[in-house]
Design a protein around this ligand. Structure first.
Ligand code: NAG
Ligand code: NAG
Ligand code: NAG
Ligand code: NAG
Ligand code: NAG
Ligand code: NAG
Length: 272
């Protein structure tokens, strides 16, 4: 009974209490130059904050920004040219190169060639043909624990196969893949937020000075200032009318072309 009650408390706190942000702000919501320049994907031009072009993005960040990919000349460009990319790790065609499929053998130089994906039905694929395929821009095929081909959502860590778990920046522990929690963070300076994989929703954290200090889920944004609001929330909150509020769902989310589905990955986050 006690267990049940604490489970329910935990559940209510986590589902209703914690601050979970799904959407990245459009850069235009950052109205101060220093705030704007503090966000990796934004640039301050002619007194307004605008979304950076891929070509302006640092090569170390390029591949993890859903709409951009580093090409073989080391230049960050808009994603969309799967056949131009070669990767060391097969799954990087999917994670870093914006939903490209991958050849299943390395080429002479020891790289996997990426290729455009043809939509498949994961459940109907044989095990040997399963991995590095897609149903759509959000759903990929991978072998499950019984070595059968199953579909998985790219925006959620929960239940991912263990061999892709840490590659999507998820937590692998006790033989399960799940999202990192605030309570997994043990130092005060890292206690800012956790994300459900690279592209999933973001949960804000807060350091609690207790007998045993710890990192817990944050339940309010009152102690953020105009200077810390967006910075501490990876650009998913912005300062508006003297308070720190979450970003609205981006207007680009209503289109359905393949390229937009790829752009989707960075801006639009899956419903819980
Ligand atoms: C690679 O793919 C081909 C055809 O798609 C398939 O016949 C072969 O078994 C696959 N090999 C591996 C190692 O997955
Ligand atoms: C795997 O894919 C290849 C190429 O599409 C096909 O020839 C082969 O029959 C598939 N393997 C199985 C077991 O279905
Ligand atoms: C693995 O995938 C198959 C086909 O999608 C499914 O029927 C089976 O239940 C899955 N196994 C597990 C352990 O989830
Ligand atoms: C934050 O607000 C203070 C006080 O209103 C102001 O002086 C400061 O310039 C603001 N900082 C930024 C980065 O907007
Ligand atoms: C700003 O917030 C104050 C107090 O919460 C509220 O009264 C006011 O209407 C808000 N102004 C705008 C423009 O939203
Ligand atoms: C998407 O929304 C924008 C702004 O709300 C609108 O201008 C555009 O026409 C919509 N696109 C589609 C495909 O519905």
């Amino acid at each position: 009974m006690k267990n049940l009650i604490s489970f329910i408390q935990f559940f209510i706190f986590n589902v209703l209490g914690a601050l979970i942000a799904k959407y990245q702000c459009d850069c235009s919501l950052f109205v101060e130059e220093t705030i704007c320049l503090g966000i990796d994907t934004c640039n301050w031009v002619n007194e307004v904050c605008i979304n950076k072009d891929c070509s302006e993005i640092d090569e170390n960040e390029c591949d993890l920004i859903g709409k951009c990919s580093l090409n073989s000349n080391g230049i960050c460009e808009a994603t969309g040219f799967c056949t131009e990319y070669q990767v060391k790790d097969q799954i990087d065609c999917m994670i870093k190169k914006g939903n490209c499929a991958a050849e299943n053998k390395t080429n002479a130089a020891g790289f996997y060639q990426c290729k455009s994906y043809i939509s498949v039905d994961c459940n109907s694929l044989a095990a040997e043909n399963c991995t590095n395929n897609y149903e759509d821009g959000q759903t990929f095929c991978w072998l499950n624990s019984t070595k059968q081909c199953q579909s998985y959502n790219i925006n959620s860590c929960e239940g991912l196969p263990l061999d892709v778990c840490d590659k999507l920046d998820c937590k692998k522990s006790n033989g399960q893949c799940s999202t990192f929690l605030c309570s997994d963070i043990t130092s005060q300076d890292k206690c800012t937020y956790v994300k459900d994989g690279y592209w999933g929703s973001l949960t804000l954290c807060q350091w609690k000075e207790d007998q045993i200090p710890k990192c817990i889920d944050r339940i309010e944004t009152k102690d953020y200032t105009n200077e810390t609001c967006s910075k501490m929330t990876d650009g998913r909150y912005y300062w508006n009318n003297e308070s720190c509020i979450s970003c609205p769902k981006n207007f680009e989310d209503n289109s359905s072309s393949q390229l937009n589905l790829i752009l989707y990955l960075i801006y639009i986050l899956q419903e819980l």
